[in-house]
Design a protein around this ligand. Structure first.
Ligand code: AMP
Length: 635
């Protein structure tokens, strides 16, 4: 871990009570849960678990042998029995499960009955190409119902899905397919972004070119015969739908449900493993308790299935709780800046889950963009994934929530979690006072703290490391193929699981997230390892060495700034398209989110005597600050 880098804590802002007019609209009061969990967290989670459908009900909660933990390990179920069968086979059969909106604003509604049918069929299709329990399947799909169907179909037969965000490039996709040891890749011909087609099939075909372990490339054609040349392993998505229907395969609660790759501080992708049982219980609990979403509500989540928020709150959380989830392909300001707000009005959305970057974008555009729309059906606006700065909170509370007075109809809440944690961990419940700049308090059943390197709690108002002392059900069970890395996150700090974030606590137990303590960047809430971008840069023929840092960006939180040392002979090409060529190269490997906003050509990089690049010095230089202690700097 590098030394703390985060910005200094701000002066303590006030706590702002949720207006009574909003509290009256809330449906769930978690106070009893909080008290029960404080008394006995394991019993609390087991009681929650017993409200689900199990083929064998668990009698056991946590088994804990640090760093390993299991939950409900004597239980047997399949998450799709809970997400689909129990609704599709009952009165809720005709309830809307998915409302999918295309980029050009067409709405497609899938009831629980329809979704169940599609998943049963695609699951049988996967079986017909020999996908079995435990096999890994990569899903590289645009944000469409077929992406959701593919995830659920894998789960149904006990296969392990690994969704790769369809904005990532061929190199990042190949690394993930290889690391997962996937035998099948599912993709679509195209995705839509700002009216343009993104050729996903070409990227997927390039990624698997030399991968002999991949047996099939499943292609969902949105445009008939767009691709004339197919990789010989290609099979048609719709053909696979014609192979009959598959029942849910009962699996142990601890069997893996998915692997989701995220960035760590080293270049290798980190495949976070989640399970059927604990993940199901943990994610759906927060649907009611934190987000206050209930059957009959419309819940609009603006994330993507490529991220943990999409797994938990587009797919599993909403469906396991029997709610109606709305999601949309495309950018939030395209085809015009009114699209999100028009959809909220049109569908009477009750709860919106979005990213601070999106709120900041609209804050910059100005509230006149929202004015024409009736947003009064909203009751909760939840934000996660990156820091929700006080200005953005205030703006959103005023313009999406109706202010802080008694006329308000909604409350804006922050919540903090990670791919590794599966579900909200620290948050501000809608009934709790908001404290802008603070994510909130540990939620029911969570034991989190801010500590020093020795694991001792740091005093109120001081910066420390955010740790979780004891496991909870939706936490990851491992890192695929890398037990050492998994053990390290539990062993690095004696107090517990190390989140990699720096934080500060106030006298009421509210926690403010101050930034990362490692070399991980956050661009529009997406985690990108500095090392991933540096590896991509040095794979360009002109680049000898590279270092990247995050510089503050008023909308995206951070932007990537790259420093490169050129190989001999390339110096003359600066100014002749070399920077653009390097940027394009990185974009091809990592996709748009890993692409540097700026490239600076330098003669040397600040390094320690042991040769490690001191990004802290680059950061200080970029921001005109004092670089601090330079005693380890190479002479
Ligand atoms: P990911 O695993 O991609 O969801 O990224 C998790 C990281 O995003 C955390 O370790 C934090 O650095 C950051 N993050 C997530 N939620 C918040 C939040 N509410 N406030 C501040 N940072 C957050």
């Amino acid at each position: 871990m590098t030394e703390p880098q985060a910005s200094q804590p701000q002066a303590a802002p006030q706590r702002i009570p949720t207006p009574r007019s909003v509290v009256q609209r809330l449906q769930y009061d978690p106070q009893a849960d909080i008290e029960r969990a404080a008394q006995d967290a394991e019993a609390f989670w087991l009681e929650q678990a017993k409200t689900f459908v199990w083929t064998k009900e668990p009698g056991q909660a946590l088994k804990w042998d640090r760093p390993h933990h299991t939950w409900f390990a004597d239980g047997e179920t399949n998450i799709t029995l809970n997400a689909l069968d129990r609704y599709a086979k009952g009165e809720a059969r005709t309830r809307a499960a998915l409302i999918w909106i295309t980029e050009d604003e067409q709405a497609h509604i899938y009831t629980y009955g329809t979704l169940h049918d599609r998943v049963e069929r695609f699951a049988a299709g996967l079986q017909s190409i020999d996908v079995k329990k435990g096999d890994r399947v990569i899903i590289y799909m645009p944000l469409t119902p077929e992406g959701v169907i593919a995830m659920l179909a894998c789960a149904r037969i006990g296969a392990v899905h690994s969704v790769v965000y369809a904005g990532l490039g061929a190199g990042a996709l190949r690394d993930r397919i290889e690391d997962a040891g996937a035998k099948v890749v599912i993709t679509a011909d195209v995705g839509y972004r700002r009216g343009k087609l993104v050729d996903l099939y070409a990227i997927a075909a390039e990624a698997i070119q030399e991968l002999v372990g991949v047996d099939y490339l499943v292609l969902h054609e949105r445009i008939t015969n767009l691709h004339r040349e197919h990789d010989s392993r290609t099979v048609d998505f719709q053909e696979l739908m014609k192979q009959g229907k598959a029942e849910a395969v009962p699996v142990n609660a601890e069997d893996p449900l998915f692997i989701l790759y995220t960035s760590g501080s080293t270049g290798k992708p980190k495949g976070v493993v989640h399970t059927h049982g604990g993940y199901m219980v943990g994610t759906s609990y927060h649907m009611k308790a934190l987000y206050d979403v209930h059957p009959g509500d419309v819940f609009f989540c603006t994330s993507d299935i490529g991220w943990i928020v999409g797994h938990s709150y587009i797919v599993y959380g909403p469906l396991v709780s029997g709610s109606t989830i709305m999601f949309r392909e495309g950018a939030p300001d395209f085809p015009d800046t009114g699209v999100l707000w028009r959809l909220i009005e049109k569908f009477g959305v009750n709860v919106l889950f979005t990213a601070p970057t999106t709120l900041r974008m609209f804050m910059k555009l100005g509230e006149q963009v929202l004015k024409p729309y009736d947003l009064s059906t909203l009751r909760v606006v939840a934000c996660a994934g990156e820091a929700l700065n006080p200005e953005a909170w205030r703006w959103a509370q005023e313009h999406l929530g109706g202010g802080t007075g008694e006329g308000a109809h909604a409350v804006v809440i922050d919540n903090w979690w990670q791919t590794e944690l599966g579900a909200p961990t620290i948050g501000t419940h809608p009934r709790w006072d908001a404290k802008p700049g603070y994510a909130g308090k540990p939620l029911a059943g969570v034991d989190a703290d801010v500590v020093d390197e020795q694991g001792n709690p740091v005093p109120v108002g001081q910066q420390g490391y955010l740790v979780i002392r004891k496991p909870f059900p939706s936490m990851m069970r491992g890192i695929h193929g890398n037990p050492e890395k998994y053990a390290a996150v539990w062993n690095e700090n004696p107090a517990g699981y190390t989140s990699g974030d720096l934080a500060m606590k106030d006298e009421h137990g509210y926690i403010s997230i101050l930034g990362r303590s490692d070399d991980v960047l956050s661009v529009a809430g997406h985690r990108i390892g500095s090392a991933d971008v540096e590896d991509a840069l040095v794979s360009h023929p002109a680049v000898a060495e590279a270092a990247v840092i995050g510089v503050p960006d008023s909308i995206k939180g951070e932007a990537i700034h790259a420093y490169v040392i050129l190989r001999r002979g390339f110096e003359g090409q600066v100014g002749r398209g070399l920077r653009a060529s390097i940027i394009e190269h990185v974009r091809h490997i990592l996709g748009p989110i890993g692409t540097p906003a700026a490239i600076e050509v330098v003669e040397s990089l600040p390094k320690t005597r042991s040769g490690k690049i001191m990004r802290r010095v680059l950061r200080a230089q970029a921001m005109g600050q004092d670089p601090g202690d330079l005693t380890t700097l190479e002479g």
